[in-house]
Design a protein around this ligand. Structure first.
Ligand SMILES: O=C(O)c1ccccc1NCC(=O)[C@H](O)[C@H](O)COP(=O)(O)O
Length: 264
């Protein structure tokens, strides 16, 4: 039976086939001219570390396959402003609709509301989507090693760099990390969530972080709920953390962000 990642990859390929009929690369290139230069995602992560040792990529996510609906009262523009006021260095915005209730318009509206660099959180299976990402304003893209082969990963990264974007290469085990470290991106994300069975364990970052050299920028992702979790991950040598659910479930998102960063 196909797991969620295989199902997402299948419907993404179908979706891209449809989209590229309606929107040519020339159309996207014209849109890129209008969105302005990328904001420097990796640079912001390094420059804006918080007193607790990590910088924050704060995620705007309405729902997920593992948790269902996470936040009913969902205004990407307002949430982006809360995250910026709370001390986030960058934003991550889901655009996948079938599994996360996201949309490209969420990305555009959140990015327009702040001055922070934004990564488009999307499941990329074709370089066309990288061009589309820049056309909607993305400053960085996500490359999920569990979902694609090394050749496609290299092409996605090259295309991102061609447009001046950064590429966050995401891994969950030692085999994916070995493959990721051979690629041409300094941004490595360790996802504490197994995207096939949804099990989450912060020990995944602790186990894999020693494989990453000082030349890389390490991002710990998923399952981060408390300042204690943040301190634990800061000890691994990570530069940044990516947090979604724990902040998305809060009434006062600004206060919760400050609290997680120990700024309150
Ligand atoms: O979150 C899921 O259920 C999920 C399922 C399948 C593919 C990807 C999935 N999530 C992406 C992420 O890992 C998270 O959105 C991100 O790292 C933030 O995690 P969290 O702070 O635990 O919301």
């Amino acid at each position: 039976m196909l797991d969620i990642l295989d199902r997402i990859a299948t419907y993404k390929r179908e979706d891209v086939a449809t989209r590229r009929v309606n929107t040519t690369l020339d159309d996207l290139e014209s849109q890129i001219k209008a969105v302005g230069a990328p904001r420097g995602f990796a640079k912001a992560l390094v420059a804006n570390k918080q007193p607790n040792g990590l910088s924050l990529i704060a995620e705007i996510k309405k729902a997920s396959p593992s948790k269902g609906l996470i936040r009913e009262d969902f205004d990407p523009n307002f949430l982006a402003q809360c995250y910026e006021a709370g001390g986030a260095s960058c934003l991550s915005i889901l655009t996948d609709n079938p599994s996360f209730m996201g949309h490209e318009s969420h990305f555009q509206s959140a990015r327009a509301a702040v001055s922070l660099p934004c990564i488009r959180k999307e499941f990329l299976v074709d370089t066309w989507q990288v061009t589309e990402s820049r056309a909607i304003g993305a400053d960085a893209i996500l490359v999920i090693m569990a979902m694609i082969d090394d050749s496609l990963a290299a092409d996605l990264i090259d295309t991102a760099h061609h447009y001046g974007m950064d590429a966050l290469v995401e891994v969950h085990n030692a085999e994916e990390m070995t493959r990721a470290l051979k690629l041409n991106s300094k941004l490595i994300g360790i996802n504490n969530r197994n995207l096939r069975d949804f099990h989450v364990d912060l020990a995944v970052t602790e186990e894999l972080a020693p494989m990453v050299s000082k030349e890389h920028i390490l991002v710990a992702e998923s399952g981060i709920f408390t300042p204690f979790d943040v301190k634990r991950l800061a000890r691994t040598g990570a530069t940044a953390m990516l947090v979604g659910e724990s902040l998305m479930r809060q009434g006062d998102v600004t206060a919760a962000t400050k609290n997680l960063l120990s700024l309150a």
